[in-house]
Design a binder for this molecule. Structure first.
Ligand SMILES: Cc1cc2nc3c(=O)[nH]c(=O)nc-3n(C[C@H](O)[C@H](O)[C@H](O)COP(=O)(O)OP(=O)(O)OC[C@H]3O[C@@H](n4cnc5c(N)ncnc54)[C@H](O)[C@@H]3O)c2cc1C
Length: 480
C-alpha cells in the first residue's frame, strides 16, 4: 500500500445497477476524471463512473509533487520539437499549478499543500551540459533559478532549484473534492468494458448494464480500447519503485535528477509526523521485470533499513513518444486525457480544464499543444521500437518468470491455459489465469505488493485475480 493509501475513506459506494442515459459521461475517477467532473459541476446532466473506488488508480501511488521542474523536459522539447513548444509546455505546467491552488483555496481543501523548492540535479559529468541547458532555458523564461547545494543525502555534481512549486497529499485532495461534487452522480465499482457509437450516441457497457451518452470523456489512465486511438504504438510504460520512511526532520524541498533511472525525493508532513518518500529504479516495463530485486535496489541506493520503512509500492505511467500528454477529442464527441509522462498531477488538472472547456465550447490556449492528432515524426520513428518493446515485454515475461519465481508459485496447464497457483503464508491457495486478457502477455508476480502485473500495458490484478488496474477489462480469477 502506498503512503497515501491510509487516507482513503471507507464510504458507501454507489454502484450502477440499471441502464441510464446522460449527456456527458466521464470514465475514471482519478485526479483527471474527478477534477473534470468538478469543472463540469454546473452541467445538470453529467455522470462519472469508476471501476473501483475514487482515487484507487495511479493517483494513489504518485509522489504528489506539483512542479514545473520535470527532469530535462524543456531542453528535450526544444531540441526535438521547438523552443515555442518548450515555452508553451512550461507555461501550461505553471498554469496547472495555479489551477489546482485555486481549487484548493476556493473549496478549502485540506490536503497538506505546501510550497517547497524543487531541485534538479545530476551526478554525472556527461550530463552537466544538459543541466546547464535546462537552467539557461528557465532563466530565459524569467524563472528565478538558483545554483544550490542539494538538501538531500544523495551524491551530486550540480544542483539547481526553483521556487513556486508545491507538494500535497493527492488522496486527501480527491476525498475532499469528491465531497464538493456530491450533488453530481458518481457510480463506483462500475467498470466500462466496451464502447460503441450508434445513432450519434455512445453506448458504454458494463457487465450487466449500459449507459447512453452524447459525450464521453476517457479519463481511465490507459484506455480499455485499442481503436481508434492506438496508444500502444505511441507510447511505452514506465514503472518506478517507492519507499516511505518516518523522518526525524522536515525540509521544504523536493528533488529529481535528470538521469535515467530517475531519483526523486520529497518530504510529507502531517501534523507532528514527517515522512520522506524515495523513488528510483524507474524502467521501461519491457526491460526489467523482477520487482523484488528493484525494491531491494531502492533500499540499497538510499541506505534504508527494513525496520524504518512504513510503505513500499510501485507505480506505472504512460510515456509518450514526444513527451507530451494526449488531451482532446479522438473523434465525434469522444474525448481522452492520457500519457502524462509521470507528471499527471499537473497534467491531470490541465486535462480536466482543457476537456471541460472543450465540452463547454470555450477556447483553451493549450488545446493545440496536446491535441490527439498532432503531427510529429516520432509516430513513424518510434512505431517499430514501440512494437518491438511490446513484443519484448511479452517474450521476456514468458521466459523470465521461470528464472526467478519463488517456490510458493507453481504453474499448471488447465484446458490449454496456464494457471498460476500462489500459496500464501497460511498455505491458502490463490489461483489465477497467468495471462493478461488485454493482449495475451504473461503476467508477472509482484512478490512485494502481492499483485499480478502486466509488463506490456500495465494492467494489474490482485492476488485472487480481480483487475485493479486497466486496460484489461476482465479479471483473471480461476474457479476450480
Ligand atoms: C512513480 C510515479 C510517481 C509519480 N509522481 C508524480 C508527481 O510527483 N507529480 C506528478 O505530477 N505526477 C506524478 N506521477 C504521474 C501521476 O501519478 C499520473 O499521471 C496520474 O496520477 C494519472 O492520473 P489519472 O487520473 O489519469 O489516472 P488514475 O489515477 O489511474 O485514474 C484513472 C481511474 O480510472 C479508473 N478506470 C480504469 N479503467 C476503467 C474503466 N474501464 N471503467 C471505469 N473506470 C476505469 C481506474 O480505476 C482509476 O481510478 C507519477 C507517476 C509515477 C508512475
Amino acid at each position: 500500500m502506498s503512503l497515501w493509501g491510509k487516507y482513503k475513506k471507507e464510504e458507501n459506494i454507489e454502484k450502477l445497477n440499471q441502464d441510464i442515459e446522460s449527456d456527458i459521461l466521464i470514465i475514471g475517477g482519478g485526479i483527471t476524471g474527478l477534477t473534470t467532473l468538478y469543472y463540469l459541476r454546473e452541467k445538470t446532466d453529467v455522470v462519472l463512473v469508476e471501476a473501483n473506488s475514487i482515487g484507487e488508480g495511479v493517483t494513489k501511488n504518485t509522489t504528489g509533487k506539483l512542479t514545473f521542474l520535470q527532469g530535462a523536459i524543456y531542453s528535450e522539447l526544444e531540441k526535438n520539437r521547438s523552443k515555442e513548444t518548450a515555452i508553451q509546455y512550461l507555461n501550461s505546467q505553471k498554469y496547472a499549478i495555479s489551477l489546482i491552488k485555486e481549487i484548493i483555496e476556493k473549496e478549502k481543501i485540506n490536503c497538506d499543500l505546501e510550497k517547497v523548492d524543487s531541485y534538479l540535479f545530476t551526478n554525472k559529468e556527461k550530463e552537466l551540459e544538459k543541466l546547464k541547458k535546462e537552467e539557461q532555458f528557465l532563466k530565459q523564461q524569467n524563472i528565478e533559478v538558483q545554483e544550490n547545494s542539494l538538501p538531500f543525502n544523495v551524491p551530486y555534481l550540480k544542483a539547481i532549484s526553483v521556487s513556486d512549486t508545491y507538494v500535497f497529499n493527492p488522496i486527501k485532495y480527491l476525498n475532499q473534492l469528491k465531497s464538493k461534487v456530491k450533488e453530481k452522480t458518481i457510480y463506483e465499482q462500475t467498470k466500462i468494458k466496451k464502447i460503441e457509437f450508434q445513432n450519434n450516441q455512445y453506448i458504454c457497457y458494463t457487465d450487466n448494464v449500459k449507459i447512453k451518452a452524447n459525450k464521453v470523456i476517457i479519463a481511465c489512465h490507459y484506455p480499455f480500447f485499442i481503436l481508434p486511438f492506438l496508444l500502444p504504438i505511441k507510447s511505452h510504460i514506465e514503472k518506478s519503485y517507492l519507499i516511505a520512511i518516518k523522518a526525524n526532520d522536515y525540509k521544504k524541498a523536493s528533488c529529481i535528477n535528470i538521469s535515467n533511472p530517475s531519483i526523486s525525493i520529497r518530504y510529507y508532513k502531517e501534523e507532528q509526523q514527517s515522512y520522506q518518500i524515495f523513488l528510483t529504479e524507474s524502467h521501461n516495463t519491457a526491460i526489467k521485470q523482477n520487482d523484488q530485486e528493484n525494491f531491494e535496489k531502492v533500499k540499497q541506493i538510499f541506505q534504508l533499513k527494513e525496520e524504518e520503512i512504513v510503505a513500499k509500492w510501485s507505480n506505472v505511467d504512460i510515456i509518450t513518444d514526444d513527451k507530451l500528454p494526449y488531451i482532446g477529442k479522438i473523434k465525434d464527441q469522444l474525448f481522452i486525457a492520457t500519457g502524462f509522462n509521470t507528471w499527471g498531477m499537473t497534467n491531470g488538472i490541465l486535462a480536466a480544464k482543457i476537456l471541460s472547456d472543450n465540452i463547454k465550447e470555450t477556447e483553451n490556449v493549450y488545446q493545440e499543444l496536446f491535441k490527439i492528432h498532432r503531427k510529429n515524426f516520432y509516430k513513424c520513428k518510434n512505431l517499430l521500437p514501440n512494437l518491438t518493446t511490446s513484443m519484448l515485454a511479452m517474450i521476456r515475461s514468458k521466459w523470465q518468470k521461470k528464472k526467478w519465481y519463488s517456490n510458493n508459485i507453481t504453474f499448471q496447464k488447465k484446458k490449454g491455459k496456464t494457471i498460476a497457483i500462489y500459496k500464501d503464508e497460511q498455505e491458502k491457495e490463490h489461483i489465477v489465469y497467468a495471462t493478461c486478457p488485454h493482449f495475451g502477455c504473461s503476467l508477472l508476480f509482484n512478490e512485494t505488493e502481492k499483485t499480478w502485473d502486466c509488463p506490456c500495458h500495465s494492467s494489474r490484478f490482485d492476488i485472487d485475480g480481480k483487475c485493479i488496474k486497466g486496460p484489461s477489462s476482465y479479471d483473471i480469477s480461476y474457479k476450480k
